[in-house]
Write a protein that binds this ligand. Structure first.
Ligand code: GDD
Ligand code: MG
Length: 363
């Protein structure tokens, strides 16, 4: 079986973290999203993954190489973003020899058993089956109307509030028969959700399989932090790398992930539900909880970070306070004594000298 993974496009709200890596290489519980996905595919015997890449294609090639977790990796490159459908059509020559293949949104973490999805697809006999997940607010997703047989009657991408057909949404995991390629126009940007699914639904050949369990799209800070939390909660995940230099007077509250080359000073308290990337420096008397710290960041003495994300090589000086839902972009600097309140985004390389006390700011 082959799987095509959509690995391009630009994450909007997480973009300040993309200076040095694409979204699929963001760490979750100490491991990039793409690794979680490839591992899941490997477990069900997928032999080949085709990565549809544009933005920062080289970082994937450098990080993954030709094979990972026993899955062979092929790269299909777009010169410019082709949407969620265009890249599938562009990979046609790599997919033509398969009667059936998987397509995955690369920014989704789930523990779906792909075999059950495939089995359902074969039983129903449609051209395409999409995994569905029940959510509270469908407006950020593709919402569907299904009949009693699992046939999708209607697919509405990003429905306006109150206009969603249901709370069942597209989980971004599909099984396609080769014939679906005929539904995708050639040579231009195509949205699978806005163009292909509505046509398949009209032809009565699109099915939906409701999945339960773990499912999360990491596209916004809160969900990215939740994904980190959920995966750290798994018993086999979360660890302290050998050689991490943790002061005897520091306290680690599991579950946490601490990467190689990390230094943590006296009286600092780290965790729970926290991932600290490689070569991060944490000073004395810090408090870091429910957060993701990207590699190379510096956290000065007595700083506190709760439920927030700190980008690669960012510098957070001393006595800083960063509150829930905030995101500090790559290479940003936060000066001594600054408070960053809830849901604030600091752009990459920005230096912040004064506190930001109003929520939902982008600086
Ligand atoms: N190669 C390539 N080229 N990949 C792309 C492009 C592109 O031009 N645009 C987006 N992608 C990739 C993204 O990297 C992501 O992995 C996936 O396609 C989906 O794009 P998002 O931008 O994350 O879409 P979304 O989260 O708003 O909505 C999609 O996912 C939801 C589930 O998480 C839709 O498929 C919704 O219907 C769905 O509910
Ligand atoms: Mg997404």
């Amino acid at each position: 079986m082959k799987a095509l993974i959509l690995a391009g496009g630009f994450g909007t709200r997480l973009r300040p973290l993309s200076c040095t890596r694409p979204k699929l290489l963001f760490p979750v519980a100490g491991k990039p999203v793409i690794d979680w996905i490839l591992q899941g595919l490997s477990k069900v015997g997928v032999e080949t993954a085709i990565l549809a890449v544009n933005y920062m294609a080289e970082s994937f090639v450098r990080y993954l190489g030709p094979t990972k977790f026993n899955v062979g990796i092929l790269y299909s490159r777009e010169a410019r973003p082709m949407g969620t459908g265009g890249p599938i059509k562009m990979a046609e020559s790599l997919l033509r020899d398969s009667d059936m293949f998987l397509v995955l949104n690369g920014d989704v973490l789930s523990d779906l058993d792909y075999r059950r999805l495939i089995q359902f697809h074969v039983e129903k006999g449609g051209l395409a089956t999409i995994a569905l997940y029940r959510v509270e607010d469908p407006s950020r997703y593709g919402s569907v109307e299904v009949d009693g047989e699992g046939r999708i009657m209607r697919f509405v991408e990003k429905p306006e509030p109150g206009k969603a057909p249901s709370n069942l949404v597209n989980a971004g995991i599909y099984v396609f028969n080769r014939e679906v390629l005929e539904y995708i126009p050639t040579g231009r940007r195509v949205s699978t959700e806005r163009e292909v699914f509505p046509n398949l639904a009209k032809d009565g050949t699109l099915y939906g399989y409701e999945m339960k369990g773990l499912w999360i799209d990491i596209g916004v800070p809160e969900d990215y932090l939740t994904a980190n939390r959920l995966l750290l909660s798994k018993p086999e995940v979360g660890q302290i790398a050998e050689g991490a230099d943790i002061d005897e007077g520091a306290k680690i509250l599991p579950p946490v992930h601490v990467g190689r080359g990390v230094e943590i000073g006296e009286d600092s308290v780290i965790g729970p539900y926290t991932s600290i990337g490689e070569d991060v420096y944490v000073g004395k008397g810090c408090r870091i909880e429910g957060s993701i710290i990207f590699p190379g960041a510096m956290i000065g003495d007595h700083t506190s970070i709760r439920n927030a994300i700190v980008g690669e090589n960012a510098t957070i000086e001393r006595w800083v306070k960063i509150e829930s839902g905030s995101l500090i972009g790559d290479y940003a600097e936060i000066a001594d004594g600054v408070t960053i309140t809830h849901d604030v985004t600091i752009c990459p390389s920005k230096r912040v000298e004064e506190s930001i006390l109003e929520i939902h700011q982008v600086m």
